[in-house]
Design a protein. Structure first.
Length: 112
């Protein structure tokens, strides 16, 4: 039975709030790179955005596409990074194991 038929047969009023399905893909979260560090085995890009602004990657393990806001200069080395926020929490990450240009010259990252 279709939803419309169920609603009509019970004399109900159906109110739909499309919310995220309308706007989820219409914006991006732009952040400034504040640092690059390594613990010897893993590389990190630290940004000024955190799980406080975008909690889905740390809370649900949701994938967030991450890219530079402008093309990298030619010859910039590509490395694997975890993109993390400034909050002192092990869960404050926005992306793990991302192949990105080493951000010596990269100023902004965009999370789409």
């Amino acid at each position: 039975m279709q939803v419309r038929e169920l609603v009509l047969s019970r004399n109900l009023k159906l109110i739909i709030e499309p919310g995220r399905s309308l706007i989820a893909n219409t914006c991006c979260f732009v952040n400034r790179v504040t640092g690059v560090k390594t613990n010897g085995t893993k590389n990190f890009i630290v940004i000024d955005g955190s799980m406080a602004e975008l909690i889905r990657p740390s809370l649900y393990g949701a994938y967030q596409h991450i890219q530079l806001t402008s093309p990298p200069p030619s010859g910039v080395e590509i490395s694997t990074f975890d993109v993390v926020g400034p909050v002192c929490e092990s869960a404050d990450f926005l992306g793990k194991d991302r192949e990105l240009p080493t951000p010596d010259q990269a100023i902004h990252l965009s999370l789409l």
